[in-house]
Design a protein around this ligand. Sequence first.
Ligand code: NAD
Length: 379
Amino acid sequence: MKIGVPKEIIDGEARVALTPSLVAPLINDGHSVIVQHDAGILASFSNDQYSAAGAKVVATASDLFAAANIILKVQPPTKLEADQFSKESTYVGFLAPLTNADLLRVFVERRVTGFSMEFIPRITRAQSMDVLSSMSTVTGYKSVLLAADRIGKMFPLLMTAAGTVPPATVLILGAGVAGLQAIATAKRLGAKVEAFDPRPAVREQVKSLGAMFIEMELPEDAETEGGYAKELSPEFIKKEMEAIASRLPKVDVVICTAQVFGKRAPILLTADMVKLMRHGSVIVDLAAEQGGNCELTKAGVTVEHAGVSIIGTVNLAATVPVDASQMYARNVINFLRHLYPKGASPDFNDEIIKGACITRNGEITNELVRIALGQGGRK
Ligand code: NAD
């Protein structure tokens, strides 16, 4: 196959879908690799590195789309990009299919086989392809650095000749992949860390990282069979908010990561609760794109309320482009190798391939997406 890697064009996107070190493994698998000039430059990967690894570097995106029959990307393509894809080509990357009906229409018209990396089932067999986990790892890490940069305090306990500096206290709401990484990062910086997550298994994970778990009676049915949080009852959320409110006067930083798959993120911090925090405190809301865990959060901007900064961060993984690209590219190549095992054709009955495939043969094939877009399930 001819694998093409264009330069990302969305503002703020510095990642690239394939890094130079992964070009040779694809060539060894029998593919050829075409990379657009400067595709990796914002992630510190030069054109020379791609050429030296055996890729052909082409000048423009249209040259690339004309030559490639598999396109690897990070961000979903714009309509303008997708219009240039070769007929019957294959796309692998983020696709946000539930909110991208116009783009899917282009895929259907051009008979593009579209794979959405975020739709790869989160089963053990597919862990090495899980972009949600790898990008959440980066996001959790960077969220703590953002808070540390914004707040006018240091994180560690310091005993100096100029006196003792107490450690900062960081509260993490939601301890999934991003939350656990945020805990680990805040601990490494020397902060006192507290966390809460309603899934029972998380308690031990939080404690094993040296953080304090905020104890409260957990709902019995907090988790789905796949290990995800369910949407919790208003009664439980009320109790949770009371527990959070009791911690806020002593907290310097709150990192919000609480999400429920396919739903608006739960509101856990109201404007009145924010007023309980000390002047100069910081909230980083990683759930901003899903509506935010704080009711004051605005995606993409920082809001000030009663002296507290509420950072509504979006696409944070793109601000650590070197490692984020390396992790993302590894997920993508693991998926590609699963798709074309030793040169064979894809098995569209395989759970991973079927789950990630959104469009094929001129139609939307994914049940969840068909239903979400009002096209109805297939018989
Ligand atoms: P996510 O980003 O959807 O949610 C983040 C966290 O928010 C979750 O831990 C969730 O429990 C929590 N949350 C939901 N409601 C909350 C509330 N009211 N208050 C506080 N926290 C709340 O999830 P994620 O981090 O992508 O993944 C969550 C879990 O899924 C992982 O920790 C893991 O157990 C599982 N997982 C399994 C695999 C696999 O391959 N088997 C892969 C990835 C993740």
